[in-house]
Design a protein around this ligand. Structure first.
Ligand code: GTP
Ligand code: MG
Length: 552
C-alpha cells in the first residue's frame, strides 16, 4: 500500500440497514481483483456515474421519520446506500441496487397540481409528504444527518498544533479538507441529473465530472466542473456492408468546433435554466477561451461549471489523479500548499491575475519531480509506460500516459513531509522565474519561450502557458511569501516543544504567530504582504476587466 489518504480510489463500502437487514454495498466477488489495486480513473468515473443513475434525491418536510422514508422506498427496490443531509431543506440521497427501482418510484410520482403552474419534467428529484399527519417522529436519533465536515480556521490551527510532526499536520489537514464519499456521490449525482436533461437533446451524451472533484485534489466546497461528452455519439461504428452506398447522417454544419460548442452549451443552458428544478444563478460564459455555463445546483449545494468539447481538461484531471494516488505525500503536500495559498490570498475564488489552484498543483508536482531521487515520474516517463489503450491524441495533441498505477515503479525517495514543505518554499523562493519555465512533461525547467511572469507549460497543449493570467505583482507576492514561510518554518520549528501552545510548523504559516518579536515581524510581513496583495489585485482587476477564467 502507498500509505494513507487515497481518497476516491478507496473502495466504497457503505453499510446500510434497511428493514432490519444489514448488507454491504456493491458486489463483492467481481470487485475483489479491482479492490486489490487502485482503480483507474476511468473505472472510478464509470462506477460513480453508474451508481448516480440508480440514485434519487428526496426532499421531505420536518417531522417525518427517516426510517419510514427508507422503508417506503425499499418497496421500490433494494437500497444500496443512503444518507440524509440538510441543505435547502431536508434531503435523503438514496441509491438503489437496480435502475428499475428509480422507474418504479417515477411510476407512482405525480406532477403535483398546484396554483402555480410548472414545467412537467420527470426528474429524479422527489418530494415526499405524508398522506396524513404522522404524529410524533420516530427514531429520529437513530439515523443522524450527514454533514460535510467543516472546521473553522482557528480550530484547524489548534488541531494542527497538537500534532507531533509537520507530516502529521499535513495529513490532519488533508483529512479535514478532502472530499468525503458522500460528497463524491452527490457530485456524481449532480452530473447525472444534468445528463438527464442534456439527453433530451442528445440521448447518448454523458455528463462527467472533471477538475478537482475527481483529480484527488478536491477540497470540500470546491466547484463542480462538468463535461458534456459526445464521444459516444461521435464514434463511427465499425464499417458495415450496407450495399452499394455509404450512409452518413445529415448534420447541422457550424463554422468551427468552438461555434458548435457554444451553440450546444447555449441550448443546454437554456434548458437547464428553464426546465431543471433546483438550478439557479445561470450564467452563460460562452466567450471565454473554454466556453462554459455556470450555475448553482441547489439540491446538492454545488457551484457548477458545465463545459463541452473539453477532453484535454479531462485528461489533465486523469493525470492529476495518477499523481495524487502515486504516493501519499503528494496529496498531503498539495492540500497544505493550497490551503496556505488561499489563506494568504495567493489564490482566489474569483478569476483574475492570481495563481490558480491548477497552476499551484502543477508547481508542487514539478517540485516533487525535481527531488533527488524524484518522488514523481515525469509525464514523458508515464507516456513510456502506456499501453495501446492508453493512447490518446486529442486535436493533434499527444495526451498519452499510463492509466494503470501498478505499472509505475514506486519512488526510492523517503524524505519526510517536514522536509518537503520547507524545501518547497526554499525551492520556489529562489526559482529563476525570470528566465525559466516549468515543464512537468520533462520534469525540468526550460528557457521561457515568451515573457509571461510565470510560465508553466501546458502538459498537453505544449505551446500554451497554463499560468498566462498571472501578473508580475502576484508572482512577486508568491515568491516573497514563500521566502518568508521558509524562514518562519525554520524559526518556529526550533521553538516546537517549548511550551507547545505556539502555532508551529504548518499552523505557523497558516496563521502568523502573534507572540515574540521575530514572530511579530513575520506577522507584520505577512500582513503587509496581504494588504499589498489586495491593492495589487484591485488594480489588476480594473486593468483586467475581461475577468473570465483564463484557460491558457
Ligand atoms: P479548484 O476548482 O480550484 O479546486 O481546482 P480545479 O483543478 O478544479 O480547477 P478549475 O475548476 O479552475 O478547472 C477545472 C479543470 O480545468 C482543471 O482541473 C484543469 O484540468 C482545467 N484547467 C483549469 N485551468 C486551466 C488552464 O489555465 N489551462 C488549462 N489548459 N486547463 C485548465
Ligand atoms: Mg474546479
Amino acid at each position: 500500500t502507498r500509505g494513507p489518504g487515497h481518497g476516491q480510489a478507496r473502495r466504497i463500502s457503505t453499510e446500510v440497514v434497511v428493514q432490519g437487514q444489514s448488507q454491504a454495498a456493491g458486489g463483492e466477488e467481481a470487485d475483489s481483483e479491482v479492490s486489490a489495486r487502485i482503480k483507474t480513473f476511468t473505472e472510478v468515473q464509470a462506477e460513480g456515474l453508474e451508481q448516480a443513475q440508480k440514485t434519487v434525491l428526496i426532499s421531505y418536510p420536518t417531522g417525518i421519520s427517516k426510517k419510514s422514508i427508507l422503508q417506503y422506498l425499499s418497496h421500490h427496490g433494494r437500497i444500496n446506500s443512503y444518507f440524509f443531509y440538510k441543505g435547502h431543506g431536508h434531503h435523503a440521497m438514496v441509491e438503489f441496487s437496480e435502475k428499475e427501482s428509480v422507474g418504479s418510484l417515477q411510476d407512482v410520482a405525480q406532477i403535483a397540481g398546484s396554483s402555480v403552474p410548472g414545467i412537467p419534467f420527470k426528474s429524479r428529484l422527489f418530494t415526499l409528504t405524508p398522506r396524513q399527519s404522522l404524529g410524533q417522529a420516530l427514531d429520529e436519533t437513530s439515523i443522524p444527518d450527514y454533514q460535510h465536515p467543516t472546521i473553522p480556521m482557528e480550530d484547524l490551527v489548534q488541531k494542527l498544533c497538537c500534532a507531533d510532526s509537520i507530516s502529521n499536520q499535513l495529513y490532519s489537514l488533508l483529512n479535514e479538507h478532502q472530499l468525503t464519499e458522500e460528497n463524491m456521490k452527490l457530485r456524481f449525482l449532480a452530473c447525472s441529473l444534468i445528463q438527464d436533461l442534456a439527453r433530451a437533446y442528445f440521448p447518448e451524451c454523458v455528463v462527467k465530472p472533471f477538475g478537482s472533484s475527481v483529480s484527488t485534489f478536491g477540497k470540500l466546497g470546491c466547484d463542480l466542473d462538468m463535461f458534456l461528452d459526445f464521444d459516444e455519439i461521435g464514434k463511427s461504428p465499425t464499417p458495415k456492408k450496407t450495399g452499394p452506398f455509404h450512409v452518413e447522417y445529415q448534420i447541422k454544419r457550424m463554422p468551427s468546433e468552438r461555434a458548435a460548442t457554444q451553440k450546444i452549451l447555449s441550448v443546454i443552458g437554456e434548458c437547464i435554466a428553464n426546465f431543471s428544478p433546483g438550478c439557479t444563478h445561470i450564467q452563460k460564459i460562452l466567450d471565454a477561451r473554454c466556453p462554459l455555463m455556470r450555475f448553482f445546483h441547489q439540491p446538492t449545494g454545488f457551484h457548477c461549471d458545465l463545459t463541452a468539447n473539453n477532453r484535454i481538461a479531462l485528461r489533465s484531471s486523469e493525470l492529476l489523479y495518477i499523481y495524487g494516488n502515486f504516493d501519499s505525500r503528494v496529496r498531503a503536500l498539495v492540500f497544505g500548499i493550497r490551503c496556505w495559498a488561499r489563506t494568504h490570498g495567493i489564490t482566489s475564488s474569483t478569476s483574475g491575475p492570481w495563481i490558480t489552484n491548477f497552476s499551484l498543483t502543477m508547481m508542487v508536482l514539478f517540485f516533487l519531480q525535481k527531488r533527488k531521487p524524484p518522488i514523481l515520474p515525469t509525464l514523458a516517463e508515464l507516456k513510456n509506460l502506456a499501453d495501446a489503450e492508453d493512447k490518446h491524441v486529442i486535436g493533434g495533441h499527444d495526451c498519452t500516459f499510463v492509466s494503470n498505477l501498478n505499472k509505475i515503479n514506486q519512488t526510492e525517495n523517503t524524505e519526510t513531509l517536514d522536509v518537503l514543505l520547507n524545501e518547497f518554499f526554499e525551492y520556489f523562493g529562489n526559482f529563476d522565474f525570470g528566465s525559466k519555465s516549468i515543464n512537468v512533461r520533462e520534469g525540468k525547467e526550460h528557457s521561457k519561450p515568451e515573457p509571461s511572469p510565470l510560465y508553466i507549460q501546458n502538459p498537453f497543449e505544449q505551446t500554451l502557458n497554463i499560468s498566462a493570467n498571472v501578473n508580475q505583482n502576484q508572482l512577486d507576492r508568491f515568491v516573497a511569501l514563500a521566502r518568508e514561510c521558509a524562514w518562519i518554518l525554520q524559526q518556529v520549528n526550533q521553538d516546537h516543544g517549548q511550551g507547545g501552545k505556539q502555532p508551529w510548523g504548518l499552523a505557523a504559516i497558516l496563521v502568523p504567530p502573534v507572540i515574540g518579536s521575530k514572530k511579530k515581524m513575520a506577522k507584520s510581513m505577512l500582513t503587509s504582504a496581504r494588504l499589498k496583495a489586495l491593492l495589487d489585485s484591485l488594480r489588476a482587476d480594473i486593468a483586467n476587466k475581461k475577468g473570465e477564467r483564463a484557460f491558457s
